[in-house]
Design a protein around this ligand. Sequence first.
Ligand code: SF4
Ligand code: SF4
Ligand code: SF4
Length: 249
Amino acid sequence: MSKPRVAIFDFACCEGCQLQIVNLEEEILDLIGAVDMVKWREAMSESSEDYDIAIIEGSITRPEDEDRIRSIRSRAKVLIAIGACATMGGLNKLKNNFDMDDVRQCVYGDAGRMEHLDTAPTKAVDEVVKVDYKVHGCPMNPEEFTYVVRCLLMGKTPHIPDYPVCVECKMKENVCRWEYGEICLGPITRAGCGAKCPSASFRCFGCRGYVDDPNMTAAKDVMDKYGLSVDMLKSKLVLFGSKQGPSYE
Ligand code: SF4
Ligand code: SF4
Ligand code: SF4
């Protein structure tokens, strides 16, 4: 039986998620042995447009990106979005909160008028094409990545948690960050990272995106309990939740 042909593509991003793949070290040899890598700009010089599985890192920020991702989708049987940039637009979506001319001017100064810098609002990959599987996080969780790929190779459907980070956090018996006066997004953020940030004494800032049905009423109740305003919560949501997700009105 022939091995599935796999190609990795990057769009607007820091390439930190691809680095997570490279950092898999010994495990990457097992994975690469089980597939036929045909395209991976960051790690190989060969390149082919004939692939079964497309792995996408980065968000869609320009009209030509939309054409490119549609072309990739049309060739791939399975498309996996890796990392917050690809799964929800990530940090790149911050610019959606501002006027695009102001964004160009702020980043590039006078050079911002150059035509090729013409930019559209940032989109997650699934705002342009169908995404079959998502590997969440910024950077993506490498264990979740190998789990998803292994499931695909075995013909199984991967199951990604759809419960909040708080569940994993409580199981680790962490003291809640709210007790320190911090606005932690764990109650509405998708678990699967093992509550990495609260376990290291940081609040969760929502890099895995919202659970499918976030309990906003409970989140508001928590804000009330700690004497904090909904606006303060909204300000924390901007980092990974710009122009998307549930309404807090
Ligand atoms: S999700 Fe984070 S680590 Fe991954 S490419 Fe985007 S910014 Fe970089
Ligand atoms: S620290 Fe955050 S993730 Fe942990 S229980 Fe509190 S709100 Fe939930
Ligand atoms: S705790 Fe929150 S911010 Fe930290 S890795 Fe997990 S989902 Fe991301």
